[in-house]
Design a protein around this ligand. Structure first.
Ligand SMILES: Cc1cc2nc3c(=O)[nH]c(=O)nc-3n(C[C@H](O)[C@H](O)[C@H](O)COP(=O)(O)OP(=O)(O)OC[C@H]3O[C@@H](n4cnc5c(N)ncnc54)[C@H](O)[C@@H]3O)c2cc1C
Length: 588
């Protein structure tokens, strides 16, 4: 069995993790042969902050851009972002301080060069977003009002509509797109689900040269087609739907990561999943849950372990920033306190902030809680950690290039190294913005230099039908339950082994022709494959760091695990995960 092994040290002090079953991933999802073709210089997959920003900039610089998105333009995590976007725009602040806070949150695993790019280019990119039409909240002097969130030592979070930052950014970007949509240089396909990548050869020598895409219904094309391009940018967002409870919308099914994995791209740090500490806890809830932004604690709300008068403010003494400690610290403290008190939630107390302030500052959160029967101004609100953000993903360099020639990744689907083991609050919108510009400029320069000349996909890419087994759509919930029970907020050797077995059993049941090829089965299969990958990495990393919490290895272990896990699918379909210590530069 090609079991995955850390390439370097990791000599465990305790008995080795039980071997998890080998993960085998087919090259293709079963899908009908393409019935139509189209082409563009660049294909952008996804219409969140990453995809829209890249598409708009590319349109100014290359001849033709095709933007495809699974449902409608504003559907994705971007439009749900509440707290804001971090950038050192206050004269008293500096990119260096933003960098330092980011590195602390990343617990030794950030790529320092990537973080430097993020924090130094961030302020200018945010100003450009304002120039494009995004309206951020202003202070009495008319300056962009900056607030603070967990892990930040300065007020540097720009926000809009109080707590509706993502909605405003999405609106501004989509309006900018509509202003240029009559331009023949840009084509937009909504209800277009990308199934797989087209390559000119095998994973070792092949260039990524397009995508297979399923268009649902009306318009000039219908069903599965082949879209050819000189470069493909995956900006397909995160994987929250891998878990029973998440803050992510229903489109966040990890398609981009699974697509890249199947094509042989290197994936990095997928075990680092951020569980947001304060998601509304609702008995028996499933799917997307209401988030109560960190900004509420930023304004003075705090956590207590009970709704009785003797409820304890348990974050005091856990961290110097108490309730504003980095997310992993708060989530971990909540999980520990829930264990001690034998409950499945704690409470958020914002009552002292006053109704008038709460309604003005957090209108969306107040309304969302009210729709579930809670009044933030008078109730203690039950909260528990839920999946929120994928810190790992498709491994890319400083220009967003993946390990596959012609394939780029941007935003939550990617792993630039800026988040390390855990993302600092409000750094993800910024990452999408900054790296989308870098990618657009890199692609432009390469096309202008005659690189990435058009190539035809290999014959097997467009054969009669792809025969990769599909998991029945009805099993999506089984994947979520398996992941939540064993590879969720708290993991152990035993729990990840049990989850790996459950997922392997589901994979065994997935057969070619086992379910009708279509969006529901493709999404379920993407979730299964990613769940297997993530569980493999989570089982290997025998320490607790950032978003990865192991109850059997509760300490950070720099002696063995100050490094990254890279996973790649080999030509035999087996996924191998190897350990790579951080470079000397990033250690400094
Ligand atoms: C509730 C919530 C609050 C948040 N608050 C903040 C915050 O305050 N600050 C912050 O910085 N971050 C925040 N985040 C995180 C941040 O919103 C996301 O990380 C970021 O918006 C991701 O942007 P993106 O462009 O990478 O992906 P998304 O915005 O998720 O967009 C992904 C796009 O890809 C499309 N897509 C997916 N699969 C396919 C496919 N197969 N084919 C075609 N298209 C596909 C989707 O439909 C979508 O258009 C929050 C997230 C959530 C869920």
């Amino acid at each position: 069995m090609t079991q995955t092994t850390p390439a370097t040290p990791a000599t465990p002090a305790t008995p080795a993790t039980p071997a998890t079953p080998a993960v085998r991933v087919p090259r293709w999802l079963e899908a009908p042969a393409p019935g139509w073709t189209t082409s563009a210089d660049v294909i952008v997959v996804g219409s969140g902050i990453a995809g829209l920003t890249a598409a708009l900039r590319l349109r100014e610089q290359v001849d033709t851009v095709l933007l495809v998105t699974k449902t409608v333009l504003n559907e994705g995590s971007t439009a749900w972002a509440q707290g804001g976007i971090a950038a050192a725009m206050d004269p008293a602040d500096s990119p260096q301080e933003h960098l330092e806070d980011t590195l602390v949150a990343g617990v030794g695993l950030c790529d320092v060069d990537a973080v430097r790019a993020l924090v130094t280019e961030g302020p200018q990119r945010v100003r450009e977003l304002v120039a494009l039409g995004a309206e951020f909240d202003r202070d009495a002097e008319g300056e962009i009002h900056l607030t603070r969130e967990g892990g930040h030592h300065r007020d540097r979070i720009a926000h809009a509509g109080g707590d509706a930052t993502g909605k405003e950014i999405s609106r501004a970007l989509i309006e900018a797109l509509h202003r240029v949509q009559s331009d023949p240089g840009i084509q937009v396909m909504e209800h277009a689900l990308v199934v797989d990548l087209l390559q000119s050869g095998g994973p070792a020598d092949g260039r990524v040269c397009g995508v297979t895409v399923h268009v649902i219904g009306e318009g000039q094309v219908d069903g599965v087609g082949a879209a050819h391009a000189r470069a493909v940018l995956l900006a397909a967002g995160g994987l929250g739907q891998l878990y029973s409870a998440t803050t992510n919308p229903s489109v966040s099914t990890g398609d981009g990561m699974a697509i890249a994995l199947r094509a042989g791209a290197v994936m990095a740090d997928v075990e680092f999943v951020q569980f947001h500490p304060t998601v509304l806890w609702l008995e028996g809830a499933n799917g997307q849950q209401p988030l109560i932004s960190e900004a509420v604690r930023g304004e003075g709300a705090f956590l207590v372990d009970s709704d009785q008068p003797d409820g304890v403010r348990f974050m005091r003494g856990v961290h110097e920033l108490a309730d504003l400690a980095p997310r992993d610290v708060v989530s971990r403290a909540i999980v520990a306190r829930m264990r001690e008190t034998g409950t499945d939630h704690v409470f958020l107390d914002a009552r002292h902030l006053g109704r008038e302030f709460l309604e003005r500052r957090f209108p969306s959160i107040v309304a969302s809680l009210r729709s579930h029967g809670f009044d933030l101004a008078s109730d203690l609100v039950p909260v528990a950690p839920a999946q929120h953000y994928a810190s790992g993903g498709v491994k890319v360099d400083l220009t967003g290039r993946s390990s596959l020639d012609g394939l780029y990744a941007c935003g939550e689907v990617s792993c630039t190294g800026v988040h390390g083991a855990n993302r600092l609050a409000s750094n993800s919108l910024l990452e999408g913005l900054v790296f989308a510009h870098r990618i657009a400029d890199d692609i432009t320069a390469r096309l202008a230099a005659g690189e990435l000349a058009p190539v035809a996909p290999a014959a097997d890419a467009t054969g009669p039908s792809h025969d990769g087994a599909l998991l029945g759509a009805a099993h999506r919930g089984d994947v979520q339950l398996a992941m939540t029970s064993g590879s969720g907020a708290v993991r152990s050797a035993g729990s990840t082994a049990a989850t790996a077995e459950m997922l392997a059993a589901l994979a065994k049941g997935a057969e070619p022709g086992g379910d009708t090829p279509g969006p529901a089965a493709w999404e379920a299969t993407n979730l299964l494959q990613l769940g297997q990958l993530l569980t493999q990495a989570a089982a290997l990393r025998e320490e607790t760091r950032g978003g990865h919490l192991r109850s059997d290895f509760p300490e950070r272990d720099d002696a063995h695990w100050l490094g990254h896990l890279h996973s790649v699918r080999g030509v035999d379909g087996l996924v191998a995960t190897t350990y790579h210590p951080v470079s000397a530069t990033d250690r400094a």
